[in-house]
Structures are given as C-alpha cells and as structure tokens.
Design a protein around this ligand. Structure first.
Ligand code: DGT
Ligand code: MG
Length: 368
C-alpha cells in the first residue's frame, strides 16, 4: 500500500511566500471561479474583496490534492465566508451561481473587453461604460473618443496582442533583445522574468530585466540604443515613472512597455499554384508582441529580479510578510530593516529570502 505524505492544514501558511506553488493546480475549477470574482471586485475598485479572492485562489493552487469535500479545507487560512460559500456551491452543484451571475453581468463583460486592450485600465473602462459603450468594436467605431498613444497601438494590434505569447516566441524575442542590447552594452545581463521565468508555457507579454555591472551608463540604454532599435522594429514606447503606492505600487525603474514586431517565417509550400502564392503574399508574416523592458542598476538587480518574476500574488505576500512579520520594508529596489534602520544588500534572490528569514522558493514554485 502506498503511504501518502501527511498533510496538516494548520501548518499551511497564510503567506504564499511560505508555500510552494507550481503550475500543477489540482483545484482549477475553484481558482478560476475565485479569479472571476476577484476581477469583478477589481472592476468595482473594492480592493479588500478582490484580495480576499486572490488569496483564496492562491492558497488552493498550493494544495497537493483536489478539494472534494468541505472537510478538505478545514483549518486552512484565507477561507472566508464568501469563499466557503462558493466552494460549497461548486462541490454540490458543479458550478457557482454567483460566478455565473458575474460572467453574465453587462458591466463585467464590458470591462473585461475594454481592459483587454493595451493601455486601457479600470478608469478608462468606467468612462466608456458610462458613455454607453459595451464592446471593443463600439469603442473602435467611436471617432470622437480621445485615445492615448498607448491605446491607439492597443487597438491597432489588438488581434495579435490578445492572442497569447508562446514560449517559442518568447525565446525568439529573447535572442533579438539580447543581440540589440549587447551591441552597445557588451557586458549587459539580460534576463527573462515574469511568467516565463516561472515556467509558464504562455503569457500575455514577455518581461525582461536588463542590468550591467559596469559603472553608470545603463540608464542611457533606452534612449541611445533601444530607441534606435525600436524605430526599426516599429515599437510603441511609453516610459513610466510613477511614485510608490501601497501594495501594488509600481517601481521606479526606467522601463518601457513596448510592442515588438516579431517576424515569423512563412511556410513556403512549393506545391501551391500561382494564385495561391499571390494570396500568400498578402498574408501578414509578423506578429505584434508585448514586451516590457526594465533597466536596473546592478546593486538592485536581485530585488528587481525577485519583484519582476512574480507572481503578483507572491510579490504581494513577500511585502506583507516583510512588514507584518519582520518589521522590514521590501520593494523592487531594496529591503529596509526598520528596527536596525539599515538597508540590507543582496546579490541574489537566495540572500533576500535569507534576510527575511524565509526558506528559498524556486521561481517555478512561485506560481501563487
Ligand atoms: P503573464 O505575463 O500574464 O503571463 O504573467 P506575469 O506573471 O508575467 O505578469 P506580468 O507580465 O503582468 O508582470 C510580471 C511581474 O512583474 C509580476 O508578476 C509582478 C511584476 N509587476 C508587473 N506589473 C507590476 C506593477 O504594476 N507593480 C508591481 N509592484 N509589480 C508589477
Ligand atoms: Mg509577463
């Protein structure tokens, strides 16, 4: 007889940075439902309820078994009343009526469409919804709307951008970015972060972290090198520099949210006839791909890597753990010990976990 390793619910941490969460999710039917609920609360800007569902989803993703009875979640953290009600409904009925209501809700459906456009967030969606707009097509057709440069690009490349980025495409783009960066910064370090570093096979974009051990210079990178380069590949640039804000605050790195033109070799089928060949000539042989480039000073590289590898929930819990359990402040740049009043230097992610008194969690175990 096979002996199962003991699972003790009371030992499960409320922080995802103290759990291992691989892509092997036994509870997808629950976590998908929670993510719909969380997204609906995000659209309504009620952060507390949104986080409650995101934490619950993250916890169930870390369980080494599928939940089939209410008894299975006994003693687990992050299981509030709203969450338990939905789990119970799904166990008993196979689906949740509350989730179904959200999925059929006019406002949710419209916001879901609007926010799928690059450069469109909750605020813009709200505005368009109040104007009576409901679909991406309706927004596109409305020539009176004032769109940002980012949103214009979002609509222009909409079909490509909503279709996900594959691992193969990420690898191809990685080569292009590495080559481009190394022409003017030969000792630069270019690393894929985000979902692909966590082992995901698809993503909505490709995230890169760029640093260089040499002194200074690297902040010139986007201006001198990549801007030139992006002219060639027809990218859209929006440079970001927002001040820190709450749990989900953006960092201050020089970065660019770009759209890259990835040329895809067309299948050359010599058996086609002439008219077929003419037809093929019109077929688009490239794909627009969302790329985030983040430039970091070498001393901050480990913190930036940890922050940009995510997942988002894993990062939130790391920062919450640091402040609530260690009286430290963590962001994508540094770790500050409030008791000792010092900044803790780190050259690797392992050192950051050690500073926080946490066991190391591998990137592929951070899919919280
Ligand atoms: P994806 O691209 O949908 O497959 O999934 P990820 O995990 O690559 O997510 P993405 O690309 O939005 O962001 C990559 C990581 O970078 C994310 O896990 C956390 C970090 N990050 C992204 N945007 C923000 C932000 O606005 N604030 C903070 N603090 N971190 C962010
Ligand atoms: Mg990503």
């Amino acid at each position: 007889e096979l002996e199962m390793p003991a699972f003790t619910a009371t030992k499960v941490s409320q922080y995802s940075c103290q759990r291992k969460t691989t892509l092997n999710n036994y509870n997808k039917k629950f976590t998908d439902a929670f993510e719909v609920m969380a997204e609906n609360y995000e659209f309504k800007e009620s952060e507390i309820f949104c986080l409650e569902f995101l934490r619950a989803a993250s916890l169930l993703k870390s369980l080494p078994f599928p939940v089939t009875r209410m008894k299975d979640i006994q003693g687990l953290p992050c299981m509030g009343d709203q969450v338990r009600d939905i789990i119970e409904e799904i166990i008993e009925e196979g689906e949740s009526s509350r989730v179904r209501e959200v999925l059929n809700d006019e406002r949710y459906k419209a916001f879901k469409q609007f926010t799928s456009v690059f450069g469109v967030g909750v605020k813009t969606s709200e505005k368009w919804y109040r104007m009576g707009l409901r679909t991406v097509e309706e927004v596109k057709a409305d020539k009176t709307l004032k769109l940002s440069k980012m949103q214009k690009a979002g609509f222009l490349y909409y079909e490509d951008l909503v279709s996900c980025v594959s691992k193969a495409e990420a690898d191809a783009v990685s080569l292009i970015v590495k080559n481009a960066v190394c022409t003017f910064l030969p000792d630069a370090l270019v690393t894929i972060t985000g979902g692909f570093r966590r082992g995901k096979k698809i993503g909505h974009d490709i995230d890169f972290l760029i640093t260089s051990p040499g002194p200074g210079e690297d902040d010139e990178l986007l201006h001198k090198g990549l801007l030139l380069y992006c002219d060639i590949i027809e990218s859209t640039f929006v440079k970001e520099q927002l001040p820190s804000r709450k749990v989900d605050a953006m960092d201050h790195f020089q970065k660019c949210f770009a759209i890259l033109k990835l040329c895809q070799p067309r299948v050359d089928n010599s058996t086609c006839n002439t008219s077929k060949k003419l037809e093929m000539a019109e077929v688009k042989d490239w794909k627009a791909i969302r790329v985030d480039l983040v430039i970091t000073p070498f001393e901050q590289y480990a913190y930036a890597l940890l922050g940009w590898t995510g997942s988002r929930q894993f990062g939130r819990d790391l920062r919450r753990y640091a402040s609530h359990e260690r009286k430290m402040v963590l962001d994508n740049h540094a770790l500050y010990d409030r008791r000792k009043r010092i900044f803790l230097k780190a050259g690797s992610e392992e050192e950051i976990f050690a500073h926080l008194g946490l066991d190391y969690v591998e990137p592929w175990e951070r899919n919280a």
